[in-house]
Write a new protein. Structure first.
Length: 299
């Protein structure tokens, strides 16, 4: 009976609290509390991830993807709760702005495109944190996504990270072609172009390029073959062969282009291209110098 009487005595105080929270000041305090709680939860999740991965560090991209996904879920939930608190005032405010709604849409066209771009990026299963993507003239590793922008750790022409972080608007997904260079996992197809004049020794150049590519990929070429075969089987697609291949094309009447195509780990593209290109031109130059001497002796 004493407990029942206690709750009866507590009822007026609880009612006063709810009346206070129903007012503008109460809703403002609740909104601040929700945002502070969201920030605290994010900090706690970040601390838990650091603690869980300290002993056995997993793949960095997976941890980053988990962190970004959880962070976005918390902030979206907090935003929806705040909007629910102020729904009455927001509805009235929106109705009052109905007369100038068209003008606002025109002015905020870029912002709306960014929001839709965020939806497109989040629904694209092939795009995830850690993916290497190319958007227009920008190439980099996806490290963060948001409602308005996404961030890339820039990769330069040398296929190495430059140490710069690119923040690009989500609206680019509607205006620029987006290439996912890591859609098939840790291995990808890499292309290297070599340009020659029309007097090139085609067989010698082709044999040398294939030899250098075979030497560079001898440690992973079989694994890459199995990797691509598994993807073809699971996704019903045809992929290029992992083993090196050479293709020739005529640029103009004075220039030929040889393209060397081979599979390699995405993280080693820059290192491999630098090594192969350097060795090719050195050894091809030596081959070109020794060939005239051989021809002269034979004559």
């Amino acid at each position: 009976m004493e407990i029942i009487q206690f709750f009866k005595d507590l009822e007026p105080a609880v009612e006063q609290v709810f009346n206070f929270l129903g007012g503008r000041l109460g809703r403002l305090l609740l909104s601040i509390a929700i945002l502070m709680l969201a920030a605290t939860v994010n900090r706690f999740m970040h601390w838990r991830l650091l603690r869980e991965t300290k002993a056995t560090p997993p793949h960095t991209g997976n941890v980053r993807a988990t962190w970004v996904r959880r962070k976005n879920i918390v902030w979206v939930t907090a935003l929806l709760l705040v909007l629910a608190l102020w729904s009455g005032q927001i509805t009235g405010f929106l109705i009052s702005l109905a007369a100038i709604g068209g003008a606002l849409l025109i002015v905020s066209k870029e912002f709306i495109l960014c929001l839709w771009g965020a939806v497109v990026i989040s629904l694209n299963k092939s795009l995830k944190i850690g993916s290497t993507i190319e958007v227009g003239q920008f190439t980099g590793q996806l490290v963060n996504t948001g409602f308005v922008t996404f961030e890339l750790a820039e990769i330069g022409p040398s296929k190495k990270q430059t140490g710069r972080l690119l923040s690009l608007p989500n609206s680019l997904v509607f205006t620029q072609a987006m290439k996912n260079l890591s859609v098939y996992g840790s291995y990808g197809i890499h292309l290297i172009d070599f340009h020659f004049d029309k007097w090139v020794k085609i067989q010698a150049a082709e044999s040398l390029a294939l030899q250098l590519a075979d030497e560079a990929g001898k440690h992973w070429i079989d694994e890459a073959e199995r990797h691509f075969s598994a993807i073809e089987r699971d996704n019903f697609v045809d992929l290029p062969k992992a083993r090196p291949e050479v293709f020739w094309a005529s640029v103009d009447e004075k220039c030929l282009r040889m393209t060397l195509r081979f599979a390699c780990p995405l993280s080693k593209r820059g290192q491999l291209e630098k090594s192969i290109v350097k060795r090719f031109w050195v050894e091809y130059g030596e081959l070109s110098c020794t060939q005239p001497e051989t021809d002269a002796k034979a004559s």
